[in-house]
Design a protein around this ligand. Sequence first.
Ligand SMILES: Cc1ncc(COP(=O)(O)O)c(C=O)c1O
Length: 352
Amino acid sequence: MTNAWIDLRSDTVTRPSNEMRAAMNEAEVGDDVYKEDPTVIKLEEQTAAMMGHEAALFCPSGTMSNQICIKAHTQPADEMICEEFCHVFNWEGGGPAALSNISCKTIRGNFGLIEPNMLLDAIRPPNDHYPKTRLLTLENTHNRCGGRVQPLNLVKELRDWTRKNNLIFHLDGARLWNAIVATGIEAKTWGKLFDSISVCFSKGLGAPIGSAIVGSKEFVASCRRIRKRFGGGMRQAGTIAAGALYALNHNIGRLKEDHEKAKLLGEAIKNSPGLKIDQPDIETNIVWFRLDQDIATVPDFVAALKERKLLIHTSGSSLMRVVTHLDASMEQVKKAAEIIQEVTNKLSKGKI
Ligand SMILES: Cc1ncc(COP(=O)(O)O)c(C=O)c1O
């Protein structure tokens, strides 16, 4: 896709910059299955230190990282508690059931936030009829709930609740970087609250591929074994780890710009006839919104945007999403806002 296109479907669409490609090109490599890739080792050590944990494991994707953690934490017929719109339950191909043979108990949150009072009866009593409740998984920021940041105090309350009830606490932190930048709360403070964390380098940080699991040495060793079984043992993976390292060292602070761009788009959407924001606030880089079906159908709306070289994400009959990222400049985002307003104005007057 050339620069003429403005692609706001996801922050996964970014391409590696020339500087990132140069770092990948120059990476020192070895066979990582033999634990001999110096760049992978450097990335793992740096990520673990940042998150305040002992060890990390480089993985190809956020999905694989999450699913390896779930597998490492559970036995078949266990149960995981998670929020009903979370990624691990909805968008990872039924991974918990297919790969770990566990069930999920989903909790209806408050736009992605689980509060301790919602968990009163969530743990199964010790009785042969029931699966065993083993872990609670949280998502920060929460993708489907508008890039929402989990408030630190709430996360602490949930951590205390998991400790009190002898449960494991896992974080899908694919976009934890956005939460760190939005709150100014450092990675370690978040990291130390969880037993395991999955972070992604290929979302807002702009690396072409890669994710990491963070946890204790013992836990990460068990994940390494599962990663091999899942087919995720990689050889000269330093070539891609170098992109992730570059992202970690250069692209976190700039997420602030993506958050500003999302606010700008949110304002434009709010002021567009027939569109309604579908989240309480715009905290990071994701904006979900709905289209009034009396004005147009989602496919017609999206086609009109596409004719103007603007791509957005759709979900179901009325829901849509825009995500800001480092490959859509402020200028392009302003242009996208103008296109959205132009198209909704025309549609509301029946002129498209
Ligand atoms: C919150 C969240 N977790 C996990 C993932 C999975 O990441 P991947 O696409 O690298 O498998 C995504 C993907 O967008 C996500 O949004």
